[in-house]
Structures are given as structure tokens and as C-alpha cells.
Design a protein around this ligand. Structure first.
Ligand SMILES: Cc1cc2nc3c(=O)[nH]c(=O)nc-3n(C[C@H](O)[C@H](O)[C@H](O)COP(=O)(O)OP(=O)(O)OC[C@H]3O[C@@H](n4cnc5c(N)ncnc54)[C@H](O)[C@@H]3O)c2cc1C
Length: 493
């Protein structure tokens, strides 16, 4: 068979899972090659917040993860996951990474786990975590081919063993053989609108903008299913905060991420196409998924009731500074906002919002009637919504949605403004089903020989997600995949 490269372990995708798999396989004596389809590695791992949130003890962890998974994974996997998460501090220390353990935080789902969770932060963000991993990969002289996209896996049709992969490198077809195994660490499908439409969100993908890195287009799902893998956890998805729809469409990634999140004074509210409020604007738009009110589907009328949606605000709100986090802000002021656009400065929101007004992404109007016309909602409805909202501000009580009174400031000082909202997507969880050794499974739970997967491609999480778990999962299970693949008996020539 033609071979441009022949190694023991081939790793597809260079994020945290791929780097950890490479390090573990190398340290177990294997000759390793990493391929990455983009010009630089990192994936979501290099633009993430770098938070690792883990239970204190294995017993608590088992109970909590069992409750979160609600039957989407078996007991053996729950135990293996708990063990891996509780072992994260040891893993980081073993790799030589300095980290801080921050004050414990409440779990994302306190009703499922009373008490608190340990929080580890790779400072300042995932970017530095990835630089650290890159350093370990370089120290070991592990070869990394960037601009190299794996297109298909090579398989022995009789034994079903995965023997390597065909890839495209700078427009050339190349063949990569792996004597021990192939590890898929090529991330999720946040940038694949057709998969999102099929698995998660029919009819609303125009309003959804990924927050992460653009290489995550679901290649791993195609590669694995072509060789018979079963899929799992496709319905599980992590939503991010709101963003500005127009610039996000233009740049193809979430821009203005965190829009409307600010708790500063000044009149601001969200309205839908009927000119109605539909949620508490200060709701925690984190992994509790409060933002999904924007995606409420009205089945009787066959429409997303709250789309399109708009952030509307007055001059007081505008004059307090940028309405979205910017790359110039300190980490603290940004409130942990990271993501592909902010980290790579794809577009940086202006300090006075003027550039966005000039671009037409923020619309300006002298009156509420003009504002209603500009965003295409009925004038009377919008006027009534603003009257109700201002009454709630005067009474210090939002009886409709329970927004915190400290954030209630009247919408009163012209000119008025609006931004059409998009919803951003952190990452997907679905992918090939795997066992505790990260071996990819077929529809009968049989192992597909010499094929492994780790990271967010087929993550543990099939239902509820504890914030701060995907990143440590990528590290821990990348290590497991690398070790197990390196232990395979090599194929003979
Ligand atoms: C903005 C943001 C913030 C986050 N914050 C946190 C957090 O604080 N804590 C937490 O636990 N989780 C967080 N997450 C989730 C977490 O970062 C990811 O789930 C995790 O890092 C995924 O790691 P990975 O190695 O599986 O995938 P990635 O790091 O995404 O790497 C996958 C790589 O595979 C490459 N690839 C894809 N297809 C191919 C192909 N065909 N051939 C070759 N290469 C390919 C991609 O280009 C990419 O580089 C966050 C995610 C985002 C987007």
C-alpha cells in the first residue's frame, strides 16, 4: 500500500485531546504523528476559558455524573469518568503544569448534588493550557502536520481493522498508515449547519453562531460512521450567550458574544418579533440554558415564537461603554469571555459602539415609533412593552420575568438603539460511541479494531452538562486513548 507516512499511532485533530493522546502514546513508546486540518492547532481547547470543575471525591462524583447522564451512559463509563475527573490534579502535576485551585463553586445542577465542586483554572485561559501542551509535544519531537485534513479512514475489509487514513495536505492527497491505531480527536460539529439542523435545531440554524474554533465541522462523525461506528449524545449541545446576529453572519462566528449580559444601569430589554419581552434579560446564560427561551418553538403555529429577537436599549445604556465584551477589556471585566473571535481578534467591538452603528449592526432611532419600524415590529405592541417595563422599574419589581431589581433601569433617554440577537453555541457533545478505553464501538457495542476517539467528539455528556467538564475530559481521555492505542500489537508489514 502506498504510504507517505507510517507511524504507530495516528492522531487526527490537534486540540487538548489530541495533544494529550500524542504525549501519552509517545511516552508509552509509540511513534506518533498528529495531523491538524487548520493552519494552526488548538481547536476549541485554545480558545476556551480553561476551567476544570471536578468533584472532591470519587463517591460524590459517581453519584453526580450518574444523575447528570440520566441513562445515556452505562455504569462502567460513569465510574471511569468519575475516576478520570477526580484524578485531574494528579494528571496536571504529572505533566508539570502549574495550576491554581480556586474557591469551590456550587454545581451547575445543585438539586442533583448538594455541596460544592473543586475548581481548577489553567491561567489565564485555555490558550495558555494549549501552549503548555504544545511545548510538551515539541519537547518529544512529535511530528505535527498542519493544513492536513483527514478525509477518510483506511480499513481492512476482512478484519475491520483501521489501518490509517487518507488525507489532503495543501491540496495533495497523502496516505498515512498507523501500525497500532488511529485516534480521532477532531472535535464536534458546531460549524456544520446541516448536522445542527438534523440533530438539534431544524429551522433555526440561521440564528446560531459557534463560539469556538472553525475546524470543528463534524469530520469525526463522518469518518467514524463510514467504518460502522454507532453514534451517541447527538442531542446534547452546550449553548453560549447571546451575540449580535449581523456581524456573526458576516464573520461566520459569534461576534459580540456576551451581548446584553452586562448588569450596568440604563434601560435595556429583549423583545421578540411581536414586540414582547420573553425572558429575564439578566438570566444566567450559562450551562443552565436559560437563553433557550429565545428558541421556544410554537408547534401550533409552526414557528420559533421569539425569533427574530432584539436587544433594545437607550442612550444611557449605550453611553456606559461597549455593549459587548471586547478584546481590550481586562479578563475580569470581560467576565471570562473568550472564544474564537475574541482570542484571534476576528472582530473587536468598538469602545463607544460607533463602528457598529456605522456598520448598521446597531440601529438608531429618535423615537420608539421609528425604532419599531426599523426592527419591523408592531408599534403599539412595542410601546406597551416599554410602558410595562418602565412600570416594573418604577415599582422595583419585574413581576413578569423576575429580573433582578438592581438591573432595572428605565428605557427613557433617546436616541434608542437595537441589535438583532443571535444565539451562540459553545460546543457539541455527540460523536462515535466509545468504551472506557476510548475504543470506538459499533452498533452491537463491538470494538472497531484499532479505532479510538477522545475529547468532545463523542463526549461522556449525553444529557445534562456540568460546566467546566469538557476541557478536563479532553485531557484525561486523550491520555487514556493514547496509552491504550500505544499498547496495541503492531500490524506486521
Ligand atoms: C469558547 C469556549 C469556551 C469553553 N470553555 C470551557 C471551559 O472553561 N471548561 C471546559 O471544561 N470546557 C470549555 N469549553 C469546551 C472545551 O474547550 C472543548 O470541549 C474541548 O477543549 C475540546 O477539546 P478537543 O481536543 O476534543 O477538541 P478541539 O480542541 O476542538 O480540537 C479539535 C481539532 O481537530 C481539528 N480537526 C477537525 N477535523 C479534522 C480533520 N478532518 N483532520 C484533521 N484535523 C481535524 C480541528 O481543527 C481542531 O483543531 C469551551 C469551549 C469553547 C468553544
Amino acid at each position: 500500500m502506498k504510504k507517505d507516512y507510517e507511524v504507530d499511532v495516528l492522531i487526527v485533530g490537534y486540540g487538548a485531546a489530541g495533544a494529550n493522546a500524542a504525549i501519552a502514546a509517545h511516552d508509552a513508546g509509540a511513534h506518533v504523528l498528529i495531523v491538524e486540518k487548520l493552519r494552526v492547532g488548538g481547536g476549541n481547547s485554545a480558545v476556551c476559558a480553561g476551567a476544570m470543575v471536578i468533584p472532591e471525591s470519587q463517591e460524590t462524583a459517581i453519584a453526580y455524573y450518574r444523575a447528570l447522564s440520566s441513562g445515556t451512559v452505562g455504569e462502567e463509563m460513569i465510574r471511569a469518568f468519575a475516576e478520570a475527573m477526580v484524578g485531574i490534579p494528579d494528571l496536571l502535576s504529572r505533566l508539570g503544569l502549574e495550576f491554581t485551585v480556586e474557591p469551590p463553586i456550587p454545581p451547575t445542577f445543585p438539586s442533583l448534588m448538594p455541596g460544592k465542586l473543586k475548581q481548577i483554572h489553567i491561567h489565564p485561559t485555555g490558550e495558555s493550557g494549549f501552549r503548555f501542551l504544545e511545548g510538551l509535544v515539541k519537547d518529544r519531537n512529535i511530528e505535527v502536520l498542519t493544513d492536513t485534513q483527514v478525509k477518510t479512514l483506511i480499513r481492512n475489509p476482512e478484519t475491520r481493522e483501521v489501518l490509517g487514513a487518507k488525507a489532503q495536505r495543501n491540496g495533495q492527497d497523502i496516505q498515512l498508515l498507523a501500525r497500532k491505531g488511529v485516534i480521532l480527536t477532531c472535535g464536534g460539529y458546531a460549524y456544520n449547519p446541516a448536522m445542527l439542523a438534523n440533530f438539534n435545531l431544524p429551522g433555526a440554524t440561521d440564528y446560531i453562531f459557534p463560539w469556538g474554533a472553525p475546524g470543528n465541522t463534524g469530520d469525526g462523525i463522518r469518518l467514524a460512521t463510514e467504518v460502522g461506528a454507532a453514534l451517541w449524545h447527538m442531542a446534547a449541545i452546550e449553548w453560549g450567550r447571546l451575540c449580535a446576529r449581523e456581524p456573526s453572519k458576516k464573520f461566520g462566528t459569534a461576534i459580540g458574544y456576551g451581548l446584553g449580559r452586562t448588569k450596568r444601569a440604563g434601560g435595556y430589554l429583549f423583545v421578540n418579533k411581536f414586540g414582547e419581552r420573553f425572558m429575564a434579560e439578566d438570566a444566567s446564560l450559562s450551562h443552565c440554558k436559560a437563553q433557550l427561551d429565545i428558541l421556544r418553538y410554537d408547534h401550533c403555529n409552526a414557528e420559533y415564537r421569539n425569533l427574530p429577537a432584539f436587544l433594545i436599549f437607550d442612550q444611557t445604556y449605550l453611553s456606559r461603554g461597549p455593549i459587548a465584551p471586547t478584546a481590550q477589556m481586562s479578563e475580569k471585566k470581560r467576565g471570562g469571555m473568550v472564544g474564537y473571535s475574541l482570542v484571534n481578534k476576528i472582530y473587536d467591538w468598538s469602545a463607544d459602539n460607533q463602528a457598529e452603528i456605522e456598520a448598521g449592526w446597531v440601529l438608531q432611532a429618535q423615537t420608539v415609533v421609528e425604532l419599531a419600524n426599523k426592527i419591523g415590529v408592531e408599534t403599539n405592541a412595542l410601546e406597551e412593552t416599554i410602558r410595562q417595563y418602565n412600570r416594573a422599574c418604577a415599582e422595583h419589581c419585574d413581576s413578569l420575568f423576575g429580573r433582578n431589581e438592581k438591573t432595572l433601569a428605565p428605557f427613557e433617554t433617546p436616541p434608542y438603539f437595537s441589535v438583532e440577537l443571535g444565539l451562540s453555541l459553545v460546543n457539541t457533545q455527540g460523536g462515535p460511541k466509545r468504551n472506557v478505553n476510548c475504543q470506538v464501538l459499533d452498533h452491537n457495542d463491538g470494538v472497531i479494531p484499532r479505532l479510538y476517539a477522545a475529547g468532545e467528539l463523542g463526549s461522556f455528556f449525553g444529557f445534562l452538562y456540568q460546566a467546566g467538564s469538557n476541557y478536563p475530559e479532553a485531557w484525561a481521555f486523550g491520555q487514556i486513548a493514547g496509552r491504550t492505542a500505544a499498547a496495541e500489537t503492531p500490524l506486521s508489514e
